[in-house]
Design a protein around this ligand. Structure first.
Ligand code: ATP
Length: 273
């Protein structure tokens, strides 16, 4: 196999044709139990941005991500993702939309007993006819895309290993490869490094940054650690009790900005190091 790190023509290495923007206007999200997770959130995230969303536990970060991919309905306001209105999207339209959004979770969400390759091929499902999926017949092209995705995060050699035998950092890379195999227009990462040690966490964040910089894909990452948010985001959005309390450049956000977002002084555990 050729070195796909340098291959511009290969499937997952081709810049996203038209990365997606996100437009939220006065969005409120209220869960059935009455908890208001997002309050009057208005945000314009442009195609190709690398956004860190920061806030304490319970501030609404996961709700924001689950709202953007249509898992949580908005209670009021308007939400456009990739030009599609989510407040009216249903069924098939919603599934198609999710097929274009790569999701990365803290807990990796892999099929642990399946091979690494089969986990990555899941990223091709939205592009695969149902009958092929049911028969486990992936096209050669799909396999090629999966191999390329694994190569681009440096774990191609693990393709035939069972996912459960990999380290946490390697499993998160499998999840990133699965997202890449979708050839996504948008990647949403929910606390992707919260269960990883510091060097591994930086490695995974560098992979996400590369997806953004090399492929131009819009990336939105929920983080609770201020140094990661500053280092890897170009834009910082601070959430506190469901409200946007900061929206500006990440690199120059002062400690005072983070104290506003957290609603308290900075503590040891707010920094990965
Ligand atoms: N499915 C749900 N039903 C009811 N309330 C929910 C639900 N999911 C989240 N919440 C509540 O909504 C608020 C925001 O939670 P959310 O998980 O979005 O915050 P977060 O910043 O991602 O925190 P964490 O990192 O702890 O998940 C919290 O008060 C939480 O208890």
């Amino acid at each position: 196999m050729t070195d796909l790190h340098d291959s511009a023509a290969a499937g997952v290495h081709t810049p996203a044709a038209a990365p997606w923007s996100i437009r939220m206007r006065d969005v409120n999200v209220r869960y059935p139990n009455g908890v208001v997770a997002l309050k009057d959130v208005s945000l314009n995230i442009e195609a190709g941005e690398m956004v860190s969303v920061v806030g304490l536990s319970g501030s609404g970060k996961s709700s924001l991500i689950r709202t953007i991919n249509g898992l949580v309905p908005i209670s009021s306001g308007t939400l456009e993702v990739g030009g599609r209105h989510l407040e009216t999207a249903r069924g098939r339209e919603l599934r198609q939309l999710r097929g274009e959004i790569g999701m990365i979770f803290q807990g990796f969400n892999l099929a642990r007993r399946a091979s690494v390759l089969n986990n990555v091929l899941v990223g091709r499902l939205a592009h695969t006819p149902t009958w092929r999926t049911l028969l486990g017949l992936y096209r050669a092209d799909d396999k090629q895309i999966a191999y390329e995705a694994l190569n681009s995060v440096g774990i191609l050699a693990k393709a035939y290993d069972r996912a459960s035998t990999l380290s946490g950092g390697q499993q998160q890379r499998v999840a990133i490869a699965r997202a890449l195999a979708q050839q996504p227009k948008l990647v949403l990462a929910d606390e992707p490094v919260a269960s990883l040690d510091p060097p591994t966490a930086h490695g995974v964040m560098r992979d996400l940054r590369r997806i953004n910089q090399d492929l131009g894909i819009t990336v939105l990452t929920n983080l609770h650690l201020l140094d990661l948010a500053r280092t890897y985001g170009t834009r910082l959005i601070g959430l506190r009790a469901g409200e946007v309390v900061y929206d500006g450049p990440a690199a120059t956000a002062s400690d005072a900005v983070f104290e506003t977002i957290y609603g308290r002084s900075i503590q040891y555990e707010d920094v990965l190091g």
